[in-house]
Design a protein around this ligand. Structure first.
Ligand code: GRG
Length: 301
């Protein structure tokens, strides 16, 4: 009988190469920035995140037969640069006005609003260049390298994360219907999570059938991830989560507010089952992706 997959050990082993890739990325990015903006960029990127997006990217890359070397982590780092900028900007006074992120003061509380705005903005084109350079270092030809940059920017853009954030901001103080809430989160959170898988798969040369199955897996995991986020937000303290303010304080529509805790939990688990079915359809041998899908509903922060 095969051993159960040890996700804790897997995540611990992935941490060092992901952090090293982020350090490498910041070294070239900050080299071109004024010192105060560089410090803010380092603060936003190098804080203690779960690094789920790069980990998903490398897991998909590996499952699709991609080389397991530094350049795979460099490719994956491009996603965390986008994620970091989105958190830095999301926390600004003009958006969530948050004091605490990843257990410490938000970037603008330490470095000021103007500098944080500039540092976040600098990370966006840097992420695209990072993806391009890493894809080329992995041996991707120009077409595939271009496709990886497209995946990243489409996931981050108006049809993805930025579009979702816009719906979120517009919807503050209003009750969104169930489909609207799904659409918001498919874009705001799901698009970058799905993009993480597709980026890794595309760079490894995966065909369309595998990529379509991974996309379904990513959409389901993305929704489950957000449902879990809402459940944690409603049930855990700011100290445990390392962030504030809560969704309730911001008057946001959430799965818990809309469906109640039990129904939200059951919908999240249903999405995890969908993700596992899609993974099965992909035909990939990917125990890490299966374990990660289960983890999103079991996580405690
Ligand atoms: C101005 C409209 C407009 C957009 C700018 C700010 C922004 C772009 C987008 C915000 C996107 C956002 C904040 C999405 C939330 C995603 C999410 C669930 C974050 C938490 O992710 P985790 O749990 O965090 O992976 P860690 O800290 O572990 O990395």
């Amino acid at each position: 009988m095969s051993q159960p997959f040890d996700l804790r050990a897997y995540l611990a082993a992935e941490k060092a190469p992901v952090e090293a890739a982020l350090e490498r990325a910041l070294a070239w990015i900050t080299h071109r920035l004024p010192a105060d903006v560089a410090e803010a960029a380092r603060h936003g990127v190098l804080s203690d995140g779960k690094r789920l997006r790069p980990i998903l990217c490398v897991a998909a890359h590996r499952a699709c037969g991609g080389a397991d070397d530094e350049a795979a982590y460099d490719l994956a780092a491009s996603l965390e640069l986008i994620h970091a900028y989105s958190l830095m900007h999301d926390d600004l006074p003009c958006m969530d006005d948050a004091d605490l992120r990843r257990g410490r003061p938000t970037t603008h509380r330490e470095h000021g609003e103007a500098v944080t705005l500039r540092a976040g903005a600098a990370l966006i084109p840097a992420a695209a260049l990072q993806a391009w350079n890493a894809a080329r270092a992995l041996g991707c030809d120009d077409d595939v390298a271009r496709a990886t940059v497209m995946i990243l920017l489409q996931a981050a853009g108006g049809g993805g994360m930025v579009g979702g954030q816009w719906i979120d901001l517009e919807g503050e103080g209003e009750s969104l219907a169930a489909e609207e809430l799904d659409d918001l989160h498919r874009r705001k959170t799901g698009a970058l999570l799905t993009g993480s898988l597709l980026l890794g798969a595309r760079a490894a040369g995966a065909g369309e059938k595998v990529r379509e199955a991974l996309q379904r897996y990513g959409r389901a995991v993305g929704l489950a991830f957000q449902i879990a986020d809402d459940i944690l937000d409603a049930t855990q303290s700011a100290e445990t989560l390392g962030k504030n303010p809560s969704d309730a304080a911001l008057n946001k529509s959430t799965y818990v507010a809309l469906h109640g805790l039990e129904e939200a939990r059951s919908r999240g688990n249903q999405e995890v089952r969908k993700a596992l079915a899609a993974l099965e359809d992909s035909g990939l041998e990917a125990p890490a992706l299966a374990a990660l899908a289960r983890y999103v509903m079991e996580r405690r922060h």
